[in-house]
Design a protein around this ligand. Sequence first.
Ligand code: NAD
Length: 432
Amino acid sequence: MDNSIFKGARSQLEKALKHFSIDAESELRLSTPKAAISVSIPVRMDDGSLKVFQGYRVRYNDLLGPAKGGIRFHPGVNLDEVTSLAFWMTFKCAVVGIPYGGGKGGVTVNPKELSLLEIERLSRGYMSAIADFIGENVDIPAPDVYTNSMIMGWMVDEYSNIKREFTPAIITGKPIALGGSQGREDATGRGGFYVLEALKEKLGLGSKPLTIAVQGFGNVGYHFARLAAQAGHKIVAVSDSQGAIFKEDGLDPESVYQVKQDSKELKAAYCQGSVCEFVDHDTLTNEELLELDVDVLVPAALENVIDKDNAPKIKAKVIVELANGPTTPESDDILFERGIHVIPDILANAGGVTVSYFEWVQNRGGYYWEEDQVHERLKVIMDKASKVVAELHSEHKVNLRTCAYIAALKRINEAVEAKGTIRNFSSRTRNG
Ligand code: NAD
């Protein structure tokens, strides 16, 4: 797996291990995925033909509890990417202190080329293929890029049909009517917003309104932008896979999103939506968006968008990684040397899995919470995790990513030691 995303992910852990040593057995147990499957999913297309799609599910680690992680539908999905995402989930759950390990799944597909019925058949086919590999106490999927609550609804229905009983806790991010939680839809963006608010003064941003550029205006990027704009910050640019729009005085994320939903194209917001007549620049490339002179840059799309070539050109003071793995290890070092703080993915985007955890708790208890309670409980968890990472930052003088890994490693290490390591055996031998 040379030159792989997984290699880059592992190097983040290796950096943290230089500053915080763990039991050799913990290190060994974190070095490879616990289990992985690759599945073929035959799908009948609308024209009657049959296509076979490739799918994956990886359980990286379950030392702190059942594996947890989303399902991605994207043409770039492969085992290396899914393994890396499962690896990050392991540390993400540990940073925020929820009782889960890390997992991830995906299907190599461009869902934009499929009809809704074909996506339904693919979603049910994927669930059927992995049904024996997952379980509510084993591995619990959720949405990720290009999957959503409707797809989770089809998947929980398929799983319940297979098991012949309604099993809502098998998957999170479901529609409310099928056991979903209030507050799950915006949880990742909201969590990222809480983390930024908790850390902004420590990171030198002060308490004034901030200028923010968001790359990736999907579920996560949109809700973050909406909440930040509501709090008085200025969202000067947003982008999707087609390109970016920019407005120096600040865009209104809600109307941009509405136009994008109606037209399926962000650029349409420029000429059809309410922002149209006020826009100073029509469009930017995604590359230009990353290099804007803003207080905060928010990558909220895919991996490796900040690399050694563009890291020297980034002007933002703080980067909030709402996407998983948007910063390559080399660019991380460049940004650190340039004094740009990166709030790492495993902390910044942990709000989604936290409310997924709340959903699983509600499903198992059969008792459902109000939206306000979800927001309050999410804020408590994100504030607490931010505080721990901030304290480690003051103590270790290393980047925030390494601090987040240290926080996670402390928890994982405790679990390994509690299960017993070689020291138990050597002391028993001595005592015997
Ligand atoms: P989404 O499918 O809702 O949105 C993704 C957005 O990124 C879309 O607007 C798409 O057009 C855009 N995009 C794709 N390629 C792009 C490119 N090259 N440049 C700019 N924009 C591009 O997905 P999402 O759920 O919002 O997930 C976004 C990121 O957040 C992913 O990295 C995902 O792993 C991560 N994440 C999601 C959740 C969650 O709860 N959904 C939780 C944690 C992390």
